[in-house]
Design a protein around this ligand. Structure first.
Ligand code: ASP
Length: 321
């Protein structure tokens, strides 16, 4: 009698602790950093951004919760953001000086350190999937321009006419920037995730900078600059002024600081973004997750669109704060 009572009690305790067990996965998403404040973004646009970020967060959670991999979560989340005209990636990409769309993206698997990237492509609907195809179906890491398109068309990339990327908003933005000879506009998208198998992945996708010329490529397709994942440290996706992120190898620097100096993910992200990059004049931000599911979201701009679900069950979508 006493033994069965003890057995029942331990089963009860086990059930309680299982019920309180936090999810074994974590995910962080960004929709770009920059001058993101209520002065610049209308309430209607802020609502639309918040809704889209919630939608992709829930999608990412559902993939990870049902045992999906971090790579699948990252690719799926970014594909949905690329299909939305709200972000500077895929459908919503900015225009080059010549009135074209040249898209960059990359993806990295923290378990194997395999990586794939595309740069300056203008006829593949989802650059993040193109990056994954390069990673999984080619012996290379980075393919660019027409050669990339040729390879992708033959390996399952979804080819679209360049007119697919037309949006009135981005076209008007280019016309204004042409008048002022201005090159800017951040708004890249990215996602980092830890799955229940303990594997990290990172993905980043962008239209780059509006009014860019001469085949300019930013940091987003550069492994170690705008994107990096390593199961021994963390996964990072960046957004901001790409030239600085390349010169300061931002994503890899955060990983290296964790690996070689034993810093936490928050300490490493903050040292790189708020000290090194800021002192150099580089503007932007990063999202990061480590193998325990700790996250960091650090930016030195007015704002960064972001959403997250941590391994201890916290989740939120942030447009302005
Ligand atoms: N980092 C991107 C680039 O320089 C732009 C951005 O993040 O918005 O191409």
């Amino acid at each position: 009698m006493r033994t069965s009572l003890i057995a029942l009690l331990s089963l009860f305790i086990l059930q309680i602790s299982l019920a309180q067990e936090p999810p074994a996965y974590a995910i962080v998403i960004h929709g770009g950093a920059g001058n993101i404040s209520p002065k610049v973004i209308s309430p209607a646009r802020a609502d639309a951004l918040s809704e889209k970020l919630s939608e992709v967060l829930e999608k990412g959670i559902s993939i990870l919760d049902s045992g999906g991999t971090s790579l699948d979560a990252v690719e799926t989340v970014i594909r949905i953001m690329e299909d939305s005209p709200l972000f500077n990636a895929g459908k919503g990409a900015v225009y080059t000086h010549e009135g074209k769309n040249e898209l960059d993206a990359s993806i990295m698997d923290g378990k194997t350190l395999n990586a794939g990237a595309v740069a300056g492509i203008g006829d593949i609907k989802n650059p993040i999937s193109a990056a994954r195809i390069v990673m999984e179906k080619s012996p290379h890491v980075l393919l660019s321009g027409k050669g990339a398109s040729r390879f992708l068309a033959g390996h399952g990339g979804e080819v679209v006419d360049s007119s697919y990327f037309y949006t009135e908003r981005r076209w008007k933005q280019l016309q204004q920037q042409l008048k002022k000879d201005q090159v800017e506009k951040y708004g890249t998208v990215g996602c980092v995730a830890l799955d229940s198998y303990g594997n990290l992945a990172a993905g980043t996708s962008t239209g780059g900078m509006s009014n860019k010329r001469y085949g300019r490529i930013g940091d987003s397709p550069i492994i170690g600059a705008g994107n990096y994942a390593n199961n021994n440290s963390c996964a990072v996706s960046a957004t901001g002024h790409g030239e600085y992120f390349i010169r300061y190898t931002v994503a890899y620097d955060i990983s290296a600081m964790m690996q070689y100096s034993d810093l936490s993910i928050q300490e490493a992200a903050s040292a790189v973004i708020q000290e090194k990059l800021k002192e150099a004049g580089g503007r932007g931000g990063v999202i990061c997750v480590d193998k325990q599911g700790n996250i960091a979201m650090e930016f030195n701009t007015a704002g960064m669109l972001r959403a997250y679900a941590t391994a201890n069950g916290e989740k939120a979508v942030k447009v302005f704060e």
